[in-house]
Design a binder for this molecule. Structure first.
Ligand code: ZN
Length: 293
């Protein structure tokens, strides 16, 4: 994606992510060459889903087919002959929402992206945070139930097993098995075919059983947000991912559970709950901002 000096998106290319570190670097190189051909004076930033060290090395990426560490910054410098900024994709998305989106002008912000898994990033005291090694913001792998379902990270009961899109689908299947989601299952044809979107659509249409599943999901979201509040005391949460498309459905139950679970909520100022406004392009826009320095 190319972001202009006025921070508008002026061009973009999309490629499927290939398997393997070298193939990913080659694909990025191709996209940069392609975009550089029609745009002058571009700087380059890259956001990647995984553990990205501060020196630009991708150490692990459970959601990409990468089995060993990849020195992304060095590999791209060799291929492109220029310096490239490299960071975690959710950290890039946080930068975009903070500079241009829902959290503009707010000094203490926590971004939580509830997608297939959960990504996140944080701004404290007016500065984007990385942690000592670059891995700050991996909120999805906070354990909320040590005996819970297995996670891609190899542990059990991580927050993202419950509060992500996949978590909503899991809660829906549990409800369906217990006969608490009959009308939705009648429409999808089987319990196995149930997706989070089916529950969302039914809840928006007023299906009481689907609304109850959304409420259970909202409780799990709030459990994590309360934990983060106890650690970070943010002024604002920005919630991104699929649920940002229907904020009216999710905001009331998340806010209610948040209020019920936060200690001393009756006396303390609560963080604002906002929804991401940059959409699925947030990470790419943030990477571009990163590249521009
Ligand atoms: Zn995990």
């Amino acid at each position: 994606m190319v972001v202009g000096d006025d921070r508008s998106i002026v061009d973009e290319r999309r490629r499927p992510t290939p398997a393997g570190g070298v193939a990913i670097l080659d694909a990025i190189t191709e996209v940069v060459h392609d975009l550089s051909a029609s745009h002058d004076d571009v700087t380059v930033g890259v956001g990647i889903a995984g553990l990205v060290e501060r020196r630009g090395v991708l150490l692990a990426a459970p959601n990409l087919a990468v089995t060993e560490a990849v020195d992304v910054r060095r590999g791209l410098k060799q291929r492109l002959g220029r310096d490239v900024a490299v960071d975690n994709d959710a950290t890039c998305a946080t930068l975009a929402e903070w500079r241009l989106g829902a959290a503009t002008g707010v000094d203490d912000v926590v971004l939580v992206t509830l997608g297939t898994g959960i990504g996140g990033g944080l701004v404290t005291g007016g500065a984007l945070q990385h942690g000592a090694h670059g891995f700050a913001g991996e909120f999805g792998h906070m354990v909320v139930d040590p005996d819970g379902p297995p996670c891609v990270c190899g542990r059990r009961g991580c927050w993202e097993r419950y509060a992500s899109g996949a978590g909503l689908a899991m809660l829906a299947r549990h409800a369906a098995v217990e006969g608490r989601l009959d009308d939705v299952v009648a429409r999808t044809g089987s319990i196995d075919a149930l997706r989070g979107e089916d529950v969302r659509d039914a809840a928006v249409a007023g299906d009481e059983q689907a609304i109850a599943v959304v409420d259970a999901f909202a409780r799990w979201v709030a459990i994590g947000l309360v934990n983060l509040t106890n650690v970070l005391d943010p002024a604002m949460f920005v919630l991104g991912g699929g649920l940002a498309a229907t904020p009216d459905l999710y905001e009331p139950p998340i806010a209610r559970w948040f209020d019920a679970l936060l200690y001393s909520s009756e006396v303390r100022p609560a963080p604002r709950l906002a929804f991401a406004t940059m959409g699925e392009q947030a990470a790419a826009v943030g990477a571009a901002l990163l590249g521009a320095g």
